[in-house]
Ligand binder design. Structure first.
Ligand code: ADP
Ligand code: MG
Length: 693
């Protein structure tokens, strides 16, 4: 018996040893790694030395010099990636996947074997994976379960110059765990922007700068017309793109050569890309292949952009967002057309709402874009703006933490368990005053309690990537069975008002807008407009719909943006619903009370009590006036709430509705109670509420 037992144990041990040997062989018995002729390859020895001798290295170099694709290979050559993974982060999903497949190709392995990737909802990683590409959001989420990121031996934080919130969180987090992980190697890569700042952040880490190998780029300025209306501007931009494409194709033809290279066009977003693709496909351009590039494309469609030659004829025209600015390399580009625009998430201190406006890009971004056509030979870039405009732009794009509502930042930090925001080692610590404002708002929304701990509402709110006030409305709506209406309203509030009110046609436009106005609520007016427009949209062609918009003083572009935003929110709510069955949506129309109770959950401090005339007394003793453009202006009800309080010559409430103060008392007992002791408006409000009972 004893002997049999021993035998069994021995056999088991032998099996385990066998497994381990295989495991080690898989990782060590590899072919020699080859390096393509790139600036990074040329400096390999120096980079290798710096990595072995330091815990943190900052590596800078022009786009295309080989940072992203060659660094993981240098690490593998150093023997790293055996004890733990080489983690490699990218700001965008699209880049994480393409970079992974490129590195796998260079290492002669299939994707998912030695090189894998993980993005939201999708991963291709296996036991043999040594290099793992991922979005920075994925790595951040992992810190919740793996506090010291112990599965990693190396972390490459790519594109650090982008300074997104995720990158700033990671840079802070890593700084904090370094003393506890002396074996961890960290490489920060960046375009040549503000390198000292990264080095200082990591205790004067060494900086290696690799100069790029670039060819001269001829920059031509072809400014668009100076137009007022947004739709006119959008059409003008599309026409400008077409003209620029024609100019470039013509240039080649005149030089008597066949197509020499492809064209890369930078646009602000997906809808602009789809529109331009339509226009270019319809235009009578000979032998061109139009290829859009944005995150929501299928993998097959994305692959077409990166595999030149296979099935493409003539000149390829690639239409991209700023993903191709620094994170991705589209091969074969000889020409760039730059609209000079990008969609940027920005918090408006004026209206106190987070939005995604289209903005002029910085000089650094414009230069990155034009540099994309000088990689393999000389290139030409057409900018759809003037040289004067270029020089009037800011030098760099500011970090996201400077553009974001701190309430949203705090909430994210709480949900990621990153600890106290005022003690977090940020590269750029935010101002204490704004931190306090952020906490105040979160308390008002019920997302944190009086001890500043995250609540259940806070958790839900952290999953909604919209302004916290708007997110709070959505959560409340899910409880009040009025998600349909509130999602329409919230998406309208996330964009600029789609109704046009031209200076010289005030009356005519007001008349048209009044046709679907709700008597007591500017919010429900949005729902009326939505329903009306959906009917038209299903009945009319795109051209007819444009005309309809023009006639009814609506911006076609913004109506479309409204639908895009709505669709995205809808998808997110569905995801939440799958995890939380309470998040339901009903089809029957909701009551005025259900809708406005939900909206009020996000606007408690935007309530007002009527004084003389159109003047109202609001929270913290602020006095405001009703905006005369509102339908509610005439009736001036006793109690109102407003989506925005905008400071112009006076403080104006915009987007208003009549409310019942009893709702507020139920939604915000934490506020009313808290303010009993202070001789503020809230105290008075609670008295008024009492007499109304
Ligand atoms: P960096 O990160 O410094 O911007 P990369 O490592 O991304 O540089 O790219 C280095 C070079 O590798 C590029 O200049 C290009 O020649 C080549 N390359 C990278 N990705 C691809 C790809 N998907 N298809 C073809 N060539 C690529
Ligand atoms: Mg790169």
């Amino acid at each position: 018996d004893r002997a049999r037992k021993d035998e069994k144990i021995l056999a088991h041990a032998a099996e385990k040893i066998d497994e381990s040997i295989q495991w080690v062989e898989k990782r060590t018995n590899r072919d020699e790694i080859h390096y393509p002729d790139l600036p990074i390859s040329a400096r390999r020895d120096e980079i290798t030395k710096a990595i072995s001798e330091n815990q943190v290295v900052v590596l800078a170099g022009e786009t295309g010099s080989g940072k992203t694709t060659q660094l993981p290979k240098i690490c593998l050559d150093l023997g790293l990636g055996c004890k733990g993974l080489i983690g490699h982060t990218q700001p965008r999903r699209l880049a994480a996947r393409t970079v992974a497949s490129r590195i796998a190709e260079e290492l002669n392995t299939t994707l998912g074997d030695r090189v894998g990737y993980q993005v939201r909802f999708h991963d291709q990683v296996s036991d043999t994976t040594q290099v793992k590409l991922m979005t920075d959001g994925i790595l951040l989420a992992e810190t919740k379960h793996d506090r010291f990121l112990e599965q990693y031996e190396v972390l490459i934080i790519d594109e650090a110059h982008e300074r997104s919130l995720n990158i700033d969180f990671l840079l802070g987090y890593i700084k904090r765990i370094l003393p506890k992980r002396p074996d961890l190697k960290v490489i920060i890569t960046s375009a040549t922007i503000d390198l000292e700042r990264f080095s200082k952040h990591f205790n004067d880490a060494p900086i290696i700068e690799v100069s790029g190998r670039t060819y001269p780029v001829d920059v031509l300025y072809r400014p668009l017309h100076e137009l007022e209306g947004e739709d006119e501007k959008a059409i003008d931009m599309q026409q400008g793109i077409l003209a620029a494409v024609e100019e470039l194709l013509d240039m080649e033809r005149k030089q008597g050569r066949g197509p020499q290279g492809d064209i890369l066009i930078f646009l602000p977003g997906e809808s602009e890309i789809r529109e331009a693709a339509d226009l270019l496909r319809k235009a009578d351009l000979k032998s061109v292949d139009v290829l859009p590039l944005y995150a929501r494309l299928s993998l097959a469609e994305q692959n077409r952009v990166f595999q030149r030659g296979k099935g493409s004829v003539g000149t390829r025209i690639v239409l991209s967002t700023n993903v191709a600015e620094t994170s991705l390399t589209v091969p074969g580009i000889k020409y760039v057309i730059d609209t000079g625009l990008a969609r940027v998430s920005r918090y408006s201190y004026r209206s106190k709402v987070q939005r995604l406006p289209v903005e002029a890009i910085s000089q650094a971004s414009a230069n990155q874009r034009s540099g994309r056509c000088g990689r393999v030979s000389e290139g030409t870039c057409i900018r759809l703006f003037s040289e004067e405009d270029f020089f009037s732009r800011p030098e760099f794009t500011d970090a996201e933490i400077r553009r974001t509502n701190l309430a949203a930042v705090i909430l994210q930090m709480l949900s990621l368990k990153l600890g106290d925001i005022s003690e977090f080692p940020f590269v750029d610590p935010p101002d204490n005053r704004y931190i306090n404002d952020g906490f105040k708002l979160l308390q008002e929304l019920g997302a944190v309690d009086s001890k500043r701990h995250i609540t259940r509402i806070g958790w839900q709110l952290s999953k909604l990537p919209i302004d916290p006030r708007l997110g709070r409305m959505v959560i409340e709506a899910s409880r009040n069975n009025c998600l349909r209406e509130v999602l329409i309203i919230v998406s309208a509030l996330s964009i600029q008002d789609p109704r046009e009110r031209p200076q010289d046609k005030r009356q005519a436009s007001d008349e048209k807008h009044r046709l679907y106005a709700h008597e007591e609520s500017d919010f429900l007016t949005f729902v009326n407009l939505w329903d009306l427009y959906e009917e038209q949209r299903q009945a009319l062609s795109q051209n007819q719909l444009r005309k309809y918009c023009l006639k009814n003083f609506l911006s076609y572009m913004r109506m479309r943006e409204w639908r895009d935003t709505h669709r995205q929110l809808h998808i997110i709510c569905k995801e939440i619903k799958e995890q939380d069955s309470k998040f339901i949506e009903r089809e029957e129309p909701a009551s005025y009370e259900a809708v406005h109770r939900s909206l009020l959950a996000g606007l408690l401090s935007h309530m007002g009590f009527k004084q003389e005339g159109k003047e109202y007394l609001g929270a913290r003793n602020r006095r405001f006036f009703l905006f005369p453009g509102s339908i509610v202006y005439k009736k001036a009800p006793k109690w109102v709430m407003a989506a925005e309080l905008v400071e112009t010559s006076q403080l104006y409430a915009r987007c208003i509705a009549k409310v019942d103060p009893v709702w507020a008392e139920k939604l915000g007992p934490h506020l009313v109670k808290k303010n009993y002791s202070e001789p503020h408006w809230e105290k008075k409000r609670s008295e008024v509420v009492a007499t109304e009972h």
